[in-house]
Design a protein around this ligand. Sequence first.
Ligand code: GTP
Ligand code: MG
Ligand code: ZN
Length: 349
Amino acid sequence: MSDWRAAQGWGPDFEEAFAPHASKKLSPARVTLVYRKQLKVLSHRGEHWARTGGTLIHRADNPGELPAVGDWVAARVPDEGEALVHAVLPRRSAFIRKVAGDNAVPQVLATNLDTVLVVMGLDRDFSLRRLERFLTLAWESRASPVVVLNKKDLAEALDAQVERARAISRDAALHVGCALTGEGLEPLAALVGFGKTVALLGSSGVGKSTLVNRLVGAEVMETGGVRDDGRGRHTTTRRELLVLPGGGAIVDTPGLREVQMWAAEDGLAKTFDDVEALARSCRFADCRHDAEPGCAVKAALEDGTLPEERFASWVELQREMAWLKQPRESRGRPESKRRERVGHGVRRK
Ligand SMILES: Nc1nc2c(ncn2[C@@H]2O[C@H](COP(=O)(O)OP(=O)(O)OP(=O)(O)O)[C@@H](O)[C@H]2O)c(=O)[nH]1
Ligand SMILES: [Mg+2]
Ligand SMILES: [Zn+2]
């Protein structure tokens, strides 16, 4: 009877979380789109509009607790018209970043994911530092991160780029290919299908929607090519969960210009396990890796086994996370701190 749920990854965990709502005549549904105050959900009725209930809005401590794309919810689903979401079921996984700007507020990009495809272009977009940010949040999400280096055909120094990205990706799988032809990306097909949810994240123009079309095997998303009428380019503007006919789902997202940290200590430890292992072997447990004797980090920096930029990146991401924990009044601006640290742009005393 509820095959559509299994197809979307429903399992005993959600069944249990939903049980108390069943008696209130609510139905399970999965959020496929969040657009301002409007939601779209998939329910036994198919895909239709929904709205977040007032009680849920009032009880939420922060926007991160409101329905996000991928969420399983308990909703009142009438025979026709809008559904009303009463509760969000606990998430198996969630990809969260800090909203852009100075507010320490979480933005939940997608939830209940099995795999996060971190897509990066081998052309202009290539940045190891950004890859570290995405990987940290992807590990923290509890989904499996998979790095996709796309636009192989446009790579200027393919072997060197792949080698450097592999060194950063560590435990995450990495694939190199071309979304236009599908070459090299065949293994990704195994990640998509019945019961599975995959999300694609990365900068704008790296080929996420092109890859979605390839994985789905149809032109379901418009991609960044110049339009036929020659006016502007197609770029994805909404996060959207595409329900696949054979089961499973793919979440395509608009390109992210910046990926600021949200609390992600575990993700950081995973992404920087090399640096953290060094830090643990410093003589002093509270070593600041500055001028202390017996500092293993400093030694690795000096003999070149730990690249300077990787260390700087680890320090920076920790700093962003520490900033989030400070009380609002003493926080200051995150950006100004970053400039000081990196040592370019405006210096403030
Ligand atoms: N040469 C080359 N071009 C590609 C490849 N993959 C995608 N493209 C092109 O790159 C452009 C951007 O692709 P999209 O798939 O729209 O990129 P996106 O990541 O979805 O971009 P946003 O929606 O803005 O986040 C399009 O013109 C694609 O045809 C590739 O492997 N090689
Ligand atoms: Mg797109
Ligand atoms: Zn040290």
